[in-house]
Design a protein around this ligand. Structure first.
Ligand SMILES: [Zn+2]
Length: 178
């Protein structure tokens, strides 16, 4: 089946094909090879992409870079935030970050080293409680209560910040034994 799409160069609907391309993208001084697909108009021969459904080579390179450096991926930042029941605005206030920093990271911008350290620390609920005592006005009271409850129960959850909440029975735990 022939694919048809609007070519922005010809300004008309033409047959297109997806062509695999290889590119080296430099991320913070590191050369990262990326393989991605781009649309090619079969009439004019020009390449173009339709955002957001097509491959974004920079996005792909950032993902590879984050994985290599054990950095948090955008969807994991979102998941971590939701685990604490926080909005973007609440979490960025708690971290003391600027207004748009967190939403940029959740949307795929590459985080800097200091911010990444903050993100790693979020995996530990005890650290989040410390942040709350440093910035008591960052969160509404009920959110703070929720996080305190989460912390009380978290020590007998293994990998509590991973998908699926794998729960481990701990006989020394009053909550488990109850
Ligand atoms: Zn064209």
């Amino acid at each position: 089946m022939k694919l048809k799409d609007f070519c922005p160069y010809c300004m008309e609907i033409n047959e297109i094909e997806f062509v695999e391309k290889n590119e080296i993208i430099e991320v913070r001084g590191k050369q990262i090879p990326v393989k991605y697909k781009e649309r090619k108009c079969t009439k004019c021969g020009d390449f173009y992409s339709n955002v957001p459904e097509d491959d974004d080579p920079y996005d792909m390179a950032y993902r590879i870079y984050r994985e290599k450096h054990n950095m948090t991926q955008p969807e994991d930042i979102k998941r971590l935030r939701e685990k604490y029941g926080l909005t973007q605005d609440e979490l960025r206030k708690l971290l003391g970050w600027g207004a748009v920093t967190l939403s940029r990271y959740e949307n795929g911008a590459l985080q800097d080293g200091t911010h990444q350290n903050d993100l790693w620390a979020l995996k530990n609920p005890q650290h989040v409680l410390e942040l709350i005592s440093e910035r008591p006005d960052a969160l509404p009271k009920e959110k703070i209560e929720r996080i305190r409850t989460l912390y009380r129960f978290s020590y007998h959850f293994t990998n509590w910040d991973n998908k699926g909440d794998s729960k481990t029975y701990d006989s020394s735990c009053m909550e488990c034994a109850a």
